[in-house]
Design a protein around this ligand. Structure first.
Ligand code: PBG
Length: 340
């Protein structure tokens, strides 16, 4: 009968079979388009003033606020694991209206930078967050206008001078790279000029270019003990805007950014893909605190496979076009090949 006449091809059978490349683990490995390389991972870390032991961040299981000692140990472990960079955030003991501890030579962030640089030398890129929000009493990323019709608003241009002071102090503390995250207009150009004028022309700028006013930053606010009451919608981008992300990137590149960033990562993969396709400089993406917390929380309840979801979430960011990824799992991923 018809079915037994094998010389006649089954008209239903596909002639092209993508499954050929999925048959064995070795075949799948061979055919992989993207890999997560430890050298392209950046670990954000928090260093807190005036504590004797590391403090867990409740909303980010596995993440702590470091002492200077525990920070050094973390940095050494990062170097050993072969990750690309460490990005430092400071949690000061006291805050004031202008955030002056941000650029104080003995400010906690600058001491943290010096400690990490002493530990890792040039083996790992030492990067620092260049923004006032951890240091101001009001929690905003810039200076607040004290009076006039716009009293209470962030003063863009007045803020730039504080970013310059902060970036220069970070370079002096030993940072290889500074990373302005405040979304003030002109911040990259201002910082570049200040670094160049003070003999730090070798220091790179990782620009938070397309940074959105995101609820996914929630757990980070606990990690830095943020005092913010309102929101940052007057300076961070509207989550509805895709084209605007590219505009911000183009401006930062023109102002001298060495690397541009899209943040958050997972919910903004469209923006990331746009930027990756057009940027003349490397592109970073920041898998933020909320992205981390959601996975850890669901995993704690046994609702998802933690390791597989971590691997898939970071791979997705790389697949969308990120050349490097900031993630709180950076060291763990570098140490455990099952996570990549
Ligand atoms: C601002 C800054 C924030 C984050 C990184 N840099 C907070 C904010 O913009 O409100 C968030 C990072 C995260 O959520 O993991 N200095």
């Amino acid at each position: 009968d018809f079915l037994s006449r094998r010389s006649v091809p089954d008209p239903q059978a596909p002639t092209v079979r993508p499954r050929h490349l999925r048959t064995t683990p070795a075949m799948r490995r061979l055919a992989r388009e993207h890999v997560v390389d430890p050298s392209a991972l950046i670990l954000p870390v928090f260093v807190r003033e005036d504590i004797d032991d590391p403090r867990p961040v409740e909303a980010m299981p596995g993440v702590v606020q470091h002492t200077l000692d525990s920070l050094r140990r973390e940095a050494a472990a990062c170097a050993k694991a072969g990750i690309g960079a460490i990005d430092l955030f400071g949690v000061p003991a006291t805050r004031d209206e202008t955030g002056s501890a941000a650029w104080a030579e003995d400010g906690i962030l600058n001491r943290g930078i010096a400690a990490v640089r002493a530990e890792v030398g040039d083996e790992v890129v030492v990067c620092a967050d260049t923004c006032l929000d951890e240091f101001t009493s009001h929690g905003h990323c810039g200076l607040i206008r004290p009076n006039g019709p716009r009293a209470g608003e962030v003063d863009n241009d007045a803020t730039l001078a504080t970013y310059q002071a902060m970036a220069v102090s970070q370079a002096e503390a030993g940072a290889h790279m500074v990373s302005p995250s405040g979304m003030m207009d002109g911040q990259v150009a201002a910082i570049r000029a200040a670094l160049d004028a003070t003999g730090h022309d070798d220091v790179a700028i990782l620009a938070y270019s397309a940074k959105y006013a995101s609820a996914y930053f929630g757990p980070f606010r606990e990690a830095v003990g943020s005092t913010l009451t309102g929101d940052r919608r007057a300076y961070q981008q509207d989550p509805a805007n895709r084209r605007e992300g590219m505009r911000e990137v183009m401006l930062d590149v023109a102002e001298g950014a060495d690397i541009v960033m899209v943040k958050p990562a997972g919910p903004y993969l469209d923006v990331l893909a746009d930027v990756a396709a057009a940027s003349p400089v490397p592109v970073a993406a920041y898998q933020v605190s909320g992205e981390y917390a959601m996975v850890e929380a669901a995993a704690q309840r046994g609702w998802i496979d933690r390791e597989r979801v971590i691997a898939e979430s970071v791979l997705g960011i790389v697949r969308a076009g990120a050349d490097m990824v900031l993630t709180y799992w950076a060291r763990e991923i570098a140490e455990n090949p099952a996570l990549r």
